[in-house]
Design a binder for this molecule. Structure first.
Ligand code: DGY
Length: 319
């Protein structure tokens, strides 16, 4: 029997699955585990099931010890994990791609609709108790039909967002490290372009690339200035892909028309400049937040940890 540390609360079904084979130490606190407590608890662990709120770096891996075999992240994004540090220590790191694709694409499409149709503004107005009535020019937004969606990062979530946007009548362009499957490109009518062209021609730019040194502040003041002044930016990927202060200035000065954000540069803090702006929709990282999706993520992470601990190949290792 191995020892598995779970760094935060995850669905009980996944804990039970782990407990059926191993000794499980799962953090149950209502708040995130403190760094000190985590460093203490991982000592002697063979496996760690981690949440994106916990940094898995050299210090943590060393605190666990040389017997550690697996770090199973309950997220598709793994910017919280120092993968080279895992590899150096022969620790297999895994993530949860696939199971949260639809939920995250649903949130991207929701943000596109909320931002372009000014739904947050409308909701806030009603709740404020201020007088309002239907008017020909009251809270007019922008239609999606016939407009162009620019998808940055055309992996599974980018494709699922494009598929939804196409159903709303949008044309699709994308920027990606590689061409997508030609059959999918044909189904979506999607054309691959460079980022500069995508920014210049898109009415909505939706970010779906992973975060890392290559994508840090991929969208800054220069890229925002390259967008149409009628365009919208949506980010459901990772906060630091966007220079948040530059975005706040661009939204305030009318450089772009609006934005929808689910993730933040210094999460859970949100740039103060964004909070007072009406043309940005702000969600608290809800991309994968459905009961079904979070359960599937936790079960996949548990399966990955169990596979490695029994000497098998995990379903979704980080490459
Ligand atoms: C992920 O899995 O990376 C998501 O951001 C979690 O919601």
């Amino acid at each position: 029997m191995s020892r598995v540390v779970v760094t935060g609360r995850i669905p009980e079904a996944a804990i039970e699955k782990l407990r059926a084979e191993h000794d499980v130490d799962a953090w149950q606190g209502p708040e995130s585990i403190s760094r000190e407590e985590l460093l203490r608890r991982v000592a002697g662990a063979d496996g760690i099931v981690s949440l994106l709120t916990e940094r898995v770096d050299a210090e943590l891996l060393d605190a666990a010890g040389p017997q550690l075999k697996v770090v199973a992240n309950v997220a598709v994004g793994y910017d919280n994990i120092d993968v080279p540090a895992c590899t150096e220590r022969s620790v297999i790191a895994t993530n949860t791609p696939g199971v949260l694709t639809d939920a995250t694409a649903d949130i991207a499409l929701s943000l596109i609709l909320m931002a372009t149709r000014r739904l947050g503004e409308g909701e806030r107005l009603i709740r404020s108790g201020e007088a309002w009535k239907w008017g020909m020019f009251f809270l007019l937004g922008s239609s999606l039909q016939g407009k162009t969606l620019g998808v940055v990062g055309m992996g599974g979530i980018g494709q699922a967002t494009a598929r939804r946007a196409k159903a709303f009548g949008m044309e699709i362009v994308y920027q990606s490290r590689s061409e997508i499957d030609p059959a999918i490109a044909e189904e979506l009518g999607a054309r691959r372009v460079e980022l500069d062209e995508l920014l210049a021609i898109s009415d909505v730019v939706s970010l779906h690339c992973p975060y890392g040194p290559a994508t840090h502040h991929l969208i800054g003041a220069e890229q925002l200035a390259a967008m149409k002044d009628s365009a919208f930016l949506v980010n459901t990927a990772r906060g630091p892909i966007v220079d948040e202060a530059a975005l706040a200035s661009a939204l305030r000065d009318g450089v772009i028309a609006g934005a929808g954000l689910d993730v933040y540069e210094k999460e859970p803090q949100v740039d103060f400049g964004l909070l007072g702006l009406d043309n940005v929709v702000l969600l608290p990282h809800l991309g994968s937040a459905t009961v079904e999706t979070r359960t599937a993520m936790a079960m996949l992470a548990a399966d990955n940890a169990l596979a490695v601990l029994s000497g098998e190949r995990p379903a979704t290792p980080i490459r």
